[in-house]
Design a protein around this ligand. Structure first.
Ligand code: BG6
Length: 484
């Protein structure tokens, strides 16, 4: 009898790599015809967070502010050197994003900016030269400023029409160079960060949720259009959604805490539910009815949603969340990148100035939750820990990065080999140090590659291999067997 031997290894096809995004890395914010985007107007400092939330508007530059997207890490000029370093680590895949306003400077231009198109064409060709598969986010916290000013970003349906045009252009022009596409980065982040994730400046006189859900409808229809256009242009194209994920735990075993944790998880599942099933789920329709929100269906939105679902689910995972239904119970808050959470007494703080809590087991749970719910291939497209690194004699000893990633890779391996989850790949965040989205600083570093630039854009911008660089190279070489 032929006995099938169980495999406790990563699949041979597993896509090891790393992730960055245009808004936090490219710099060159006004070069070669690029127009301004929402990200360019988000400064460092105390106003950053209220601006990202859409509570404070910032539509013109102010002399006294520092805008970190102006410099990023100069990926625009140094991409060849960067991709060579990623190839040296053995990357199979590289997640990056396209800056929408490099392709359409105003978002609603008649013709695209050829210089912008050529830039990404060159980047993709450079990846392919080393056999690295590009995984491209179509919009990563990035929308042309003109569309913000004219239509309040995604709140206006006109932005959806401009997005369709942008998507058609890039999908046609990069046919054969890119096959893996992600729609909107962390699409659920808009519920919290309306301006950063949707270009929406909240009108205090209007209901906040109604403004945000209008924008979300346009985004969801936009994502379905991506799937439609991508599949029509090349049947080999694979389109994924991108969700800010992380299982939510109840603080107590009280049923009301369990329910709150369940509902909190549904806030993110709502987005993948629509993109996988092609329609709004009943629980959301009921919520909208209670809150007096009418989904702004127009033209053939319903058909577009239903007929153009995604091929895989991608998500970011930094940690789990914790909620408690009883406001009389005082629980300390922990720090999260985007969503607030309580401090979990069973988790250690990561060895980092930002004191995020680390929960590798939570990644295995999150993977299983997605897979049980959808039975679709999954892709972890962000994961990591931001910390302060010191460059000494050209070296950076970042054991805390290695520890964090080692534990998460073990959790992934368990999910694949023990639980049977279909995981396509892993692209840890900020594989090259870049500007932090939440703080706008450089000193919160995630990378395998150190970039010599400070919070104010000063430095040589030279690249250095950290200890984690050599460690991750071994991980990839051994297909996840040597975690040393
Ligand atoms: C994710 C975003 O939320 O977290 C990235 O997609 C971001 O853009 C990353 O950089 C890490 O967060 P931060 O705030 O530490 O940069």
């Amino acid at each position: 009898m032929n006995q099938k031997v169980a495999s406790y290894q990563f699949p041979e096809t597993f896509l090891w790599g790393g992730a960055i995004a245009a808004n936090q890395s490219e710099g060159a914010f006004n070069k070669d015809g690029r127009g301004l985007g929402n990200i360019d107007l988000i400064p460092q400092g105390a106003h950053r967070w209220p601006i990202m939330m859409g509570e404070l508007d910032s539509l013109e530059f102010k002399e006294e502010c520092h805008y970190p997207s102006r410099h990023g890490i100069d990926f625009y000029n140094r991409y060849k050197e960067d991709i060579a370093l990623l190839a040296e680590m053995g990357f199979k895949v590289f997640r990056m994003s396209i800056s929408w306003s490099r392709i359409f400077p105003n978002g609603d231009d008649d013709m695209p900016n050829e210089a912008g198109i050529h830039f990404y064409e060159n980047v993709f060709k450079e990846c392919r030269k080393y056999g690295i598969e590009p995984l491209v986010t179509i919009s990563h916290y990035d929308i042309p400023l003109n569309l913000v000013k004219k239509y309040n970003g995604w709140e206006g349906r006109e932005t959806l029409l401009c997005f369709k045009k942008y998507v058609s252009v890039i999908l046609k022009r990069y046919k054969g160079l890119v096959n893996y596409w992600l729609t909107l980065n962390e699409i659920n982040a808009i519920t919290h960060l309306a301006f950063l994730a949707g270009g929406v400046v909240l009108d205090k006189k209007k209901d906040k949720n109604i403004q945000i859900y209008k924008a979300i409808h346009h985004q969801l229809v936009g994502c379905a259009w991506v799937a439609k256009i991508a599949h029509e242009i090349d049947y080999e194209n694979k389109v994924g959604c991108m969700i800010a994920a992380g299982v939510t735990y109840p603080y107590r075993c009280a049923p009301e805490d369990i329910w709150l944790a369940y509902e909190t998880d549904r806030e993110k599942f709502f987005f993948s539910d629509v993109m996988v099933h092609g329609k709004y789920p009943e629980y959301k329709i009921k919520e909208f009815e209670r809150n007096g929100f009418t989904i702004p269906f127009k033209e053939n939105d319903k058909e577009i949603l239903l007929e153009n679902t995604i091929d895989f689910i991608s998500f970011s995972y930094y940690s789990s969340r914790l909620v408690c239904a009883d406001s009389d119970i005082i629980v300390e808050q922990a720090k999260g990148n985007v969503f607030p959470t309580l401090k979990n007494p069973y988790l250690k703080e990561k060895d980092s100035a930002w004191k995020h809590q680390m929960d590798a087991q939570g990644l295995r749970t999150t993977l299983n939750m997605f897979y049980d719910r959808y039975q679709k291939p999954l892709f972890i497209v962000e994961n990591g820990v931001g910390g302060i690194d010191t460059l000494e004699n050209g070296e950076v000893h970042d054991e805390y990065h290695i520890h964090y990633m080692r534990e998460h890779i073990k959790a992934m391996k368990n999910a694949i080999t023990i639980d049977g989850v279909d995981l396509m790949g892993y692209t840890p965040w900020g594989c090259i140090d870049l500007v932090s989205a939440s703080t706008g600083q450089m000193k919160k570093r995630y990378g395998f590659i150190y970039v010599d630039v400070d919070d104010f854009g000063k430095g040589t911008y030279n690249r250095y291999r950290k200890d984690s660089f050599y460690w991750y190279k071994n991980v990839i070489d051994s297909n996840g067997e040597i975690l040393g």
